[in-house]
Write a protein that binds this ligand. Structure first.
Ligand SMILES: Cc1cc2nc3c(=O)[nH]c(=O)nc-3n(C[C@H](O)[C@H](O)[C@H](O)COP(=O)(O)OP(=O)(O)OC[C@H]3O[C@@H](n4cnc5c(N)ncnc54)[C@H](O)[C@@H]3O)c2cc1C
Length: 438
């Protein structure tokens, strides 16, 4: 008989679900004809549906689960809008105009999110706290400091370098060798944000069908047949916003987006003086390692939530929670052995070049591949997608609207190779760390 390992965290559900759990929606009648059918009711699908409904379109969003039960109520709530490849890599891959356009769009998208939350009066504990990013060594610190200067000069972003000696003003750890601060990034409660977006979209006239998976999308002469678990509808246009939860209903997208588990732990409540020492400015936190942790205080400033990649693929094993708990203790030795109230995971969607996309294929529009930064990108690109469907060339314009992501070789929906890839990155991180600390 195998011995049951005691649970490392009291709950396997997101901390955010305590205040705003995704709920079953009251059923709404299925309209047989729609202007637009949206697949997926996370941030992207709802943001698109809101803009379309406000423009007078008959529009419905279908979700296989409770709306929000995908990544949109499970994430860290850090409004980073970051792009993984740096400017130099993007310039090499896509050309200077696209690369610069992507960077500039990040600034607009972060501002859009802040304005949207304010204008729609969404109560989601949004605070523009700033983000501290820690460097693992002095070389990394130098290149991060140069990047901060470039961002400040090129885009006017309020950002600065923090040398090792001044680090404790931002974070109570000696683990890093300095870091950078950007003031255009903040934090929100992702589940409250989703709940607010849902409320606003429904009020605008978006029909949202929970627990209604779309099973097939077939093109016909003047639109599409969209088969759902609740019946078939005809739609003039279709938008797919399924990101890390893309299934067999979208085979083209499924070969291009790889779902990767990301996991977050939430500590028990900590003493306020401990929180004040470890996170004195209540900033969002990140780091320069490839598979670095992202972490933050809870909005009430009583707990630490720390996230990172999870190489497991089935069930809910203890090892990834243990890895995060050890990571937390490495950063903050006084938290070794701290109690965990939550440990949960969700899927982020990676693609081969790690750049989000808005693209069309055979008449269907797709917004996805947010690579773990969709709080900003999904809301933004969902809205851009809506404007494209409305035929508004100016508002539908986006630097992310270029060729579809490349198909992933030998991949058809089962990311069997991810554990090995994640282990490879961990190894690279360990080697880079050793080199940096020699
Ligand atoms: C643990 C974790 C931490 C994260 N941390 C951050 C962070 O701090 N900051 C940040 O910016 N981003 C973060 N992210 C990423 C962010 O949450 C996502 O990029 C964002 O929520 C994507 O929104 P979405 O609307 O595209 O997809 P989702 O919210 O995932 O919604 C997709 C929906 O599609 C539905 N669906 C799939 N197939 C079908 C079908 N056939 N029919 C109907 N419905 C279907 C699913 O049920 C799902 O609800 C994190 C993600 C995770 C998992």
């Amino acid at each position: 008989m195998t011995q049951q390992q005691p649970a490392l965290a009291a709950k396997a559900t997101p901390f955010w679900w305590e205040a705003a759990p995704p709920r079953p929606l009251a059923p709404v009648p299925l309209a047989p004809r729609l202007d637009v059918a949206i697949v997926g009711a996370g941030y992207a699908g709802l943001a698109a549906g809101l803009a379309l409904a406000r423009a007078g379109r008959t529009v419905a969003a279908f979700d296989a689960m409770n709306p929000g039960e995908g990544a949109s109520t499970r994430n860290g709530g850090i409004t980073s809008g970051s792009i993984r490849p740096g400017l130099a890599t993007m310039t090499r891959r896509f050309g200077a105009a696209t690369a610069l356009g992507i960077e500039a769009e990040g600034k607009a998208a972060r501002q859009f999110l802040a304005d949207f939350i304010r204008d729609e009066a969404i109560d989601c504990d949004f605070q523009m706290t700033g983000l501290f990013k820690g460097a693992i060594g002095l070389d990394q610190y130098d290149s991060m400091a140069r990047e901060a200067e470039r961002l400040s000069k090129a885009l006017g972003i309020e950002t600065h370098a923090v040398p090792h000696a001044g680090q404790h003003a931002y974070i109570g750890t000696d683990f890093y060798r300095g870091g950078t601060v950007r003031m255009d990034i903040g934090g929100l409660d992702p589940a409250k944000f989703h709940a607010g977006l849902l409320r606003v979209a429904q009020a605008a006239g978006l029909a949202v069908h929970g627990h209604t998976p779309v099973t097939a999308i077939a093109r016909e002469e003047d639109g599409f047949h969209v088969a759902t678990a609740g019946g078939t509808v005809r739609a003039r246009q279709v938008l797919v916003c399924t990101n890390g939860y893309t299934d067999a209903a979208s085979p083209y997208l499924r070969r291009r987006l790889v779902p990767v588990r990301s996991r977050i732990i939430a500590t028990e409540e900590l003493a306020l003086e401990v929180m004040a020492r470890l996170m004195p400015r209540r900033m969002m936190m990140g780091e320069g390692r490839q598979l670095g942790f992202y972490y933050r205080p809870s909005p009430d400033g009583r707990r630490i939530l720390l996230g990172g990649r999870d190489s497991s693929r089935v069930g809910d094993p203890a090892a990834p929670t243990l890895r995060l708990r050890d990571g937390l203790a490495e950063l903050f030795p006084e938290l070794r052995g701290v109690g965990l109230d939550h440990s949960w995971f969700g899927n982020v969607a990676m693609n081969r070049d790690m750049v989000p996309r808005l693209f069309e294929k055979e008449g269907v529009l797709y917004a996805g591949g947010f690579c773990g930064s969709g709080t900003v990108w999904a809301t933004w690109l969902g809205t851009r997608a809506a404007h494209r469907l409305l035929g508004d060339a100016a508002l539908g314009q986006s630097a992310f609207a270029f060729r579809p992501p490349a198909a992933v070789p030998f991949y058809n929906g089962d990311p069997w190779f991810m554990p090995a890839i994640i282990k490879g990155y961990h190894l690279q991180d360990r080697l880079a760390f050793r080199r940096a600390r020699r």
